[in-house]
Design a protein around this ligand. Structure first.
Ligand SMILES: Nc1ncnc2c1ncn2[C@@H]1O[C@H](COP(=O)(O)OP(=O)(O)O)[C@@H](O)[C@H]1O
Ligand SMILES: [Mg+2]
Length: 226
């Protein structure tokens, strides 16, 4: 049997602010299969961003472990965690994951270099075509429209052909048409075998996902409902 794309067991994360301790994650466990698209919902402050950061290797939980495609990403020195992240994980943020002083094509090549990937996948034009951005590789992020920037961010998040794509409120600032286009691209990506995990309040996102999980105060409620 192949390992799940993401396996998280009993994740805990605490933060201190002044004398207060915030329990952002209180024992979250989840499995996500390759090709599965999971939406994560929950009120503001329920721990969605903290959970995504722990799953993506951007943050280290205080308790519990995460495995990506069968390999543990937690409890490792930061350089090892960064290498795993660069190679196996794509991250998409509402605020954008593009380096502003690099063109779109240079952003894609930069991610591939970080992942130490070379070869056929270096066909940047094909990657831009796949997100409907053909011909815009030479543009700087600041020169793109909102919809184009969303597509560019997705192309960059996918530039390392990740096993797992993690997106934190990726469509929060998009118009309905662009949101639908981005969701179509995410669906295609999941169909191609990438595990997709999206934190979002959008009904369009939860409707499009294969499965929906709800977070409340750092606990996961798996109701299976949309
Ligand atoms: N770096 C941090 N320092 C202190 N508290 C934090 C930090 N990050 C998140 N929190 C707290 O953890 C809880 C969960 O936050 P977050 O994961 O951002 O929730 P969500 O994404 O669902 O809005 C909140 O109470 C938030 O204030
Ligand atoms: Mg958040």
């Amino acid at each position: 049997m192949t390992a799940p794309a993401i396996r998280a067991e009993r994740l805990f994360r605490f933060f201190h602010s002044g004398d207060d301790e915030v329990l952002a994650l209180r024992g979250v466990s989840l499995h996500l299969a390759a090709g599965e698209w999971l939406a994560l919902t929950g009120p503001s402050g329920s721990g969605k961003s903290t959970l995504l950061a722990c799953l993506a290797g951007l943050d280290e939980p205080d308790g519990g472990n995460v495995w990506i495609a069968g390999r543990r990403i937690t409890r490792r020195p930061e350089p090892a965690r960064a290498r795993m992240r660069a190679r196996h994980i794509g991250v998409l943020y509402q605020a954008g994951n593009l380096l502003e002083h690099l063109t779109v094509a240079q952003n894609i090549r930069f991610v591939r270099r970080l992942a130490r990937l070379h070869g056929d996948g270096d066909d940047v034009a094909a990657r831009l075509d796949a997100v409907g951005l053909g011909g815009r590789g030479g543009a700087l992020p600041g020169e793109l429209s909102g919809g184009q920037a969303a597509r560019a961010a997705l192309a960059v998040a996918l530039a390392n052909d990740p096993a797992v794509l993690v997106a934190d409120e990726p469509t929060g600032e998009l118009d309905e048409l662009t949101e639908r286009a981005v969701l179509g691209l995410l669906a295609a990506r999941a169909a191609a075998g990438t595990a997709v995990l999206v934190a979002s309040h959008s009904r369009a996102v939860t409707r499009a996902a294969d499965r929906v999980l709800h977070l409340r105060d750092g606990h996961l409620l798996d109701t299976g409902e949309r």
